[in-house]
Design a protein around this ligand. Structure first.
Ligand SMILES: Nc1nc2c(c(=O)[nH]1)N[C@H]1C(S)=C(S)[C@@H](COP(=O)(O)OP(=O)(O)OC[C@H]3O[C@@H](n4cnc5c(=O)[nH]c(N)nc54)[C@H](O)[C@@H]3O)O[C@H]1N2
Ligand SMILES: Nc1nc2c(c(=O)[nH]1)N[C@H]1C(S)=C(S)[C@@H](COP(=O)(O)OP(=O)(O)OC[C@H]3O[C@@H](n4cnc5c(=O)[nH]c(N)nc54)[C@H](O)[C@@H]3O)O[C@H]1N2
Ligand code: SF4
Ligand SMILES: [Mo]
Length: 721
C-alpha cells in the first residue's frame, strides 16, 4: 500500500518541503508540496533522488576502518569511537590541541545540530583549528560586513524590493537567494521590481534581468566602482541617509574617480551606456538589494566586490527604514529588534589563532581553509596531525587538489563522516556511516538563519519541522552525525556545551549554551528541542504543521534608532579603497598575455558539489562536467562538442570535454567543480569528469586575509588532445 508522508529535503540548504511516497515501508518517490504558500511545489532532481541515495548500493551501512591501501573493513560505530577517541587522546597529549582540526563541509551545515555539536567538541578539546567551507565559498560576505558595519533594520526582501542587483550568483540553479528563486523573481518582476545581473555567462538568472552586464571574469570591483562613480557623479545617492548614518564618502568619491564609464568599458568590456543605465536603474529604487555570489568571491578581490556591493546599498539608502515592515520577524530564530540604526565596523581579520603560513589569521569568515593543507604539511610545533571531516569532501572540493591530497595522505589520522566511499573517504583511516535525511528529524532553522545575508532566506515567518520518517535499513549501524562527537566526548571525559541555534550571534549562543548530559545521551529530537528551546515559536507548535506553516507573528516595523547613537556605516574603508588604488595600478592589459582563456565556476542543476556522482540516477543525466565554451571560440579552434581538450593553468593541467554554449562569454570556459577523482585515478574523463580545483594554486594569487585563491576566473590555455 502506498503511504505519503511530509518531510523536509535537506540535501541542500534550500530545505524544500516534500512529500515522500512509501511502498512496503520503503521510500520510493519524492514530490513537491502542491500549492505550498512559500515553496509553491518546488522540488529539484536532487530532492527527487533522495530515495535512491537511501537505497543506494554505494551507501555505507556500517562505518569502516582502513586496513591497507584502498582496503577497508566494517567496524561497529561504538568501536570506531573507542579507537578514534584513543588516538585523538594520544595526539592531544603528545602534540597539543592545535594538532587536531575539524572541517565542516556542506552536509555539516545542512544539519546544524551536527555542526554545532562538532564545534562544541572542538571547544572542549580546546583546539582553535575549526575550518569550514565558508572561506572557500563566499568569505567576502562576513569580511565586508565587518568592514562596513551593520544596519540593525536589515534589508528588503524579494517581496518588497524595488531593485535587485545580483553579482555572480545564479540563484535559479543554486537556490542561494530567495526561496524558489524562479517563482520569486517572476512574481517580483510582475510587481515591478527591476533585476540587474552581472555575470560573464548569460545564466538562467541573467536571462530574466532588465539589464545583464556580461563583463570579463574577475572585473567585478571595476564594474562596481564604475556604478558607484556614476551614482556620485549624478548625485543619485540618498544624501540624507548617507550624511546621517555613514562615514567615508569623500574618500570613496576620490577612490572611484578613475573608474569612468569609458575606463570600465575598456577594462571590463561592457558598453559604457549599459553601465550608466544599470547605475541609474539601481539608484532609482527606494528599497534594494545588492547581493554577490560565489563567482566574484572566487575571482580575486572578493572582499572588495562584496564590500562595494554593501557600499552601493548604503549609498542608495536601500536598507529598510523606520516604519518599513520587517519581512520575517522570526519563527525559530530570535532576530535582534529592527532599529533604524548603524553599528560600527568590527575587526575582519588579525585576531584569534595565527596560521603558520602566508601571514594568515582567523577572520570574520572563520579560519582560512585554503591554508589547512599547508598546516598539515608544514612540520614543526603546531602541525596539524588529525582531521575530522564532517559532511565535506576536501579531496574533491578544496582548491589546489594536488597539494590537498598530498596533505590528506600525510595526516596521522583522517576521519570522515560520510555516507559513501568518496575520494576523501578512500584516504581516510575511519569513515563513520551517518543516517540519511529520512532517518533524521529536521527543521528549517538553517534557511531561516541564511536570512542574515541580504537577499537570502525566508521573507515571511515560515518554518517546518519533521520527525524521523523511516528507520535505517535492517542490519545497518549508522549514527546521527552529532552522536559521533558526543561519543568521542564521552570517551575522552569531556563536557560538551552546544550553542543553541535559536540565537544568531555566537556571543548569545555562548551565553545560552546547552550543557549536554554526558551520561544519559539525549536522542536527536531532544537535542533539537534544546537547541531551539528559546525560539520565538515553540518547536512543538511548528511540528503541528507537517508541511510547514507561515505563522502569525504580528506586524513588525522598523523603529527609530537611538538618537544619541553614534554608530556609522563605513563606506570609505582604507584597506578596501587601497585595493581599488592597487587595482587601477595593475598592468591589466597584459595580465593575460600568456593565457587565451579564463576558466570560471558554475553549478549544474542535478548535483550538489561532489555528492553522489556515482549514483545511477545521477549518472543517467551527468557523467562528467562539460567545459562549456562559446561556439565562436570553438570555431576558431576548429573543435566541436565532445572534443577532449587539455586545460592548463600556471599550477596544473586537467582534461575537459568541450560543449558548445552560446551563453558563455567568448574567451571564457565555464566549468563545474568537484568532478573527477584523485590524481592518477581520473583518466576516464567521459565517466568521471575532471577536477577544476587542481587548477587553483593556494600559494599564489590568494586573498591576503581569507587565503582564498583563484577558483574562478583562472587564466588557462586550451590544447586539443
Ligand atoms: N574550483 C572550485 N572549487 C570549489 C567551488 C567552486 O565553485 N569552484 N565551490 C566551493 C564551495 S562553494 C564549496 S561549499 C565547497 C564544497 O566543499 P565540501 O562541502 O567539502 O564538498 P561537498 O561535495 O559539498 O561535500 C559534501 C559531502 O557530504 C556527503 N554527504 C551527502 N549526504 C550526506 C549526509 O546525509 N550526511 C553526511 N554526513 N554527509 C553527506 C557527500 O557524499 C559529500 O562527500 O567546494 C568549493 N570548491
Ligand atoms: N544545483 C546545485 N545547487 C547548488 C550547488 C551545486 O553544486 N549544485 N552548490 C551549493 C553551494 S555549496 C553554493 S556555495 C551555492 C553557490 O551559489 P551561487 O553563488 O549562485 O553559484 P553558481 O550557481 O555557481 O553561480 C555563480 C555565478 O557566477 C558566475 N561567475 C563566475 N565567475 C565570475 C566572475 O568573476 N564575476 C561574476 N560577476 N560572475 C562570475 C558564474 O557564471 C555563475 O553564473 O550553490 C549551492 N547550490
Ligand atoms: S533545492 Fe535543495 S532542498 Fe530543495 S529539493 Fe533540491 S536539493 Fe532538496
Ligand atoms: Mo558552497
Amino acid at each position: 500500500m502506498t503511504e505519503v508522508r511530509s518531510t523536509i529535503c535537506r540535501f541542500c540548504h534550500a530545505q524544500c518541503p516534500i512529500h515522500v511516497e512509501f511502498d512496503g515501508g520503503r521510500p520510493t518517490k519524492v514530490t513537491g508540496v502542491k500549492d505550498h504558500p512559500v515553496y509553491h511545489g518546488y522540488v529539484c532532481t536532487k530532492g527527487r533522488n533522495l530515495p535512491h541515495y537511501h537505497d543506494s548500493d554505494k551507501r555505507l551501512l556500517t562505518s569502516v576502518r582502513r586496513t591497507g591501501d584502498n582496503q577497508f573493513q566494517p567496524i561497529a560505530s561504538a568501536t570506531a569511537m573507542d579507537e578514534v577517541g584513543e588516538r585523538l587522546q594520544n595526539l592531544l597529549q603528545e602534540h597539543g590541541p592545535r594538532s587536531i582540526a575539524l572541517y565542516i563541509g556542506t552536509h555539516g551545515y545542512n544539519n546544524l545540530a551536527s555542526s554545532q555539536t562538532a564545534m562544541a567538541w572542538m571547544a572542549a578539546v580546546e583546539s582553535p583549528m575549526v575550518f569550514t567551507s565558508v572561506t572557500i565559498d563566499q568569505p567576502g560576505k562576513a569580511i565586508s560586513a565587518a568592514l562596513h558595519g551593520t544596519w540593525l533594520a536589515g534589508s528588503a526582501s524579494i517581496a518588497d524590493a524595488d531593485v535587485w542587483l545580483t553579482i555572480g550568483a545564479n540563484s535559479i540553479i543554486s537556490m542561494l537567494g530567495p526561496v524558489n528563486p524562479a517563482h520569486a523573481f517572476k512574481q517580483a518582476g510582475e510587481r515591478g521590481m527591476s533585476l540587474i545581473v552581472i555575470d560573464p555567462r548569460r545564466s538562467e538568472l541573467a536571462r530574466r534581468a532588465a539589464i545583464h552586464l556580461q563583463p570579463r571574469p574577475g572585473t567585478d570591483p571595476t564594474v562596481l566602482a564604475g556604478l558607484i562613480r556614476v551614482i556620485l557623479e549624478g548625485s543619485l545617492e540618498a544624501q540624507t541617509f548617507v550624511r546621517r548614518y555613514s562615514t567615508g564618502l569623500d574618500a570613496l568619491r576620490q577612490a572611484v574617480d578613475g573608474f569612468s564609464p569609458e575606463y570600465v568599458e575598456e577594462r571590463a568590456d561592457i558598453p559604457a551606456e549599459s553601465l550608466v543605465a544599470a547605475a541609474r536603474l539601481y539608484a532609482r529604487g527606494r528599497r534594494g538589494v545588492a547581493t554577490v555570489g560565489t563567482g566574484p568571491n572566487m575571482s580575486g578581490r572578493g572582499n572588495l566586490t562584496e564590500y562595494l556591493a554593501k557600499v552601493l546599498m548604503t549609498l542608495c539608502g536601500h536598507w529598510l527604514q523606520e516604519g518599513d515592515e520587517v519581512p520575517n520577524p522570526g519563527v525559530l530564530v530570535n532576530w535582534p529588534p529592527p532599529l533604524a540604526q548603524a553599528v560600527d565596523p568590527s575587526p575582519a581579520w588579525g585576531f584569534g589563532e595565527m596560521l603558520r603560513v602566508r601571514g594568515l589569521t582567523n577572520t570574520a569568515a572563520g579560519m582560512p581553509t585554503a591554508a589547512l593543507a599547508d598546516e598539515i604539511l608544514l612540520p614543526g610545533a603546531g602541525q596539524v596531525k588529525a582531521l575530522i571531516s564532517l559532511g565535506g569532501n576536501p579531496a574533491m572540493a578544496w582548491p589546489d587538489q594536488l597539494k590537498t591530497v598530498q596533505a590528506l595522505k600525510e595526516l596521522d589520522l583522517l576521519v570522515s563522516i560520510e555516507p559513501a566511499m568518496t575520494a576523501t573517504a578512500r584516504l581516510s583511516d575511519y569513515v563513520i556511516a551517518p543516517k540519511l535525511t529520512f532517518e533524521q528529524p529536521g527543521n528549517t532553522v538553517l534557511q531561516e538563519f541564511l536570512g542574515v545575508f541580504s537577499g537570502w532566506g525566508y521573507w515571511s515567518p515560515y518554518a517546518q519541522s519533521s520527525p524521523v520518517l523511516v528507520e535505517p535499513p535492517a542490519g545497518s549501524d549508522v549514527v546521527d552525525d552529532w552522536e559521533f562527537f558526543y561519543g568521542l566526548g564521552q570517551r575522552m571525559g569531556l563536557q560538551l556545551k552546544v550553542g543553541p541555534v535559536c540565537y544568531i550571534s555566537p556571543k548569545q549562543q555562548a551565553q545560552h549554551a546547552v550543557v549536554l548530559d554526558m551520561v544519559h545521551k539525549p536522542d536527536t529530537e531532544e537535542l533539537w528541542g534544546m537547541l531551539l528551546e528559546d525560539s520565538p515559536v515553540p518547536l512543538a507548535e511548528v511540528s503541528r504543521h507537517p508541511d510547514g506553516h507561515v505563522f502569525d507573528r504580528g506586524r513588525l516595523t522598523v523603529r527609530a534608532g537611538d538618537p544619541s547613537n553614534t554608530g556609522r556605516l563605513q563606506i570609505g574603508d582604507p584597506t578596501m579603497l587601497g585595493e581599488l588604488v592597487e587595482l587601477q595600478d595593475e598592468d591589466w592589459r597584459h595580465a593575460d598575455d600568456d593565457y587565451a582563456f579564463r576558466l570560471i565556476s558554475r553549478r549544474l542543476p542535478d548535483v550538489l558539489n561532489s555528492a553522489w556522482h556515482d549514483n545511477e540516477s545521477v549518472r543517467r543525466r551527468h557523467r562528467y562536467n562539460p567545459a562549456f565554451i562559446n561556439p565562436v571560440d570553438l570555431e576558431a579552434l576548429g573543435i566541436e562538442t565532445g572534443t577532449v581538450v587539455e586545460i592548463t593553468s600556471a599550477r596544473a593541467a586537467i582534461k575537459g570535454v568541450v560543449q558548445a554554449a552560446p551563453d558563455v562569454r567568448p574567451g571564457v570556459i565555464s566549468m563545474s567543480h568537484c568532478w573527477g577523482d584523485l590524481p592518477g585515478e581520473d583518466q576516464d574523463v567521459f565517466n568521471l569528469g575532471s577536477n577544476t580545483g587542481r587548477l587553483s594554486d593556494t600559494s599564489e594569487s590568494f586573498d591576503p586575509y581569507t587565503g582564498i585563491p583563484r577558483m574562478s576566473s583562472i587564466p588557462v590555455n586550451l590544447r586539443v588532445l
